[in-house]
Design a protein around this ligand. Sequence first.
Ligand code: CO
Length: 139
Amino acid sequence: MSKPTLDHIGIAVESLAKGVEFYEALGLDLEGVEEVVEQGVKVGFLPVGDARLELLEPTGPSSPIAKHLERRGPGLHHVCLRVDDIRGAMAALAERGHRLLSDEPRRGAHGCLVCFVHPKSTGGVLLELTQPADAIHDE
Ligand code: CO
């Protein structure tokens, strides 16, 4: 298992257009927008070096992002680390008593596998782990 790298930082926004406009003023480019229907979000990706900013706008009131905006307002939502063996990483955390939000990784954007680690385990940050599709060999 090689060391994790920073994949993206998820930021909850009320307006994707306004968020994108801000980062474009800094010279970043919007790489694409994707709607994740089952999560009720519209996601805009802006590459920053090898990582990306992931701006998350809710598409409906039941979206977890809508709830986050209600409770905490816009801002940092999660940090995502890229790993090459998500099941191994999950097992290593579970073994040490850390709290994962699911027992099995789920399918994320672009066919990758993802899982979330509870902020209680990480020291207050919702942590996403992702294994890119090109590193999945075991299915
Ligand atoms: Co994410």
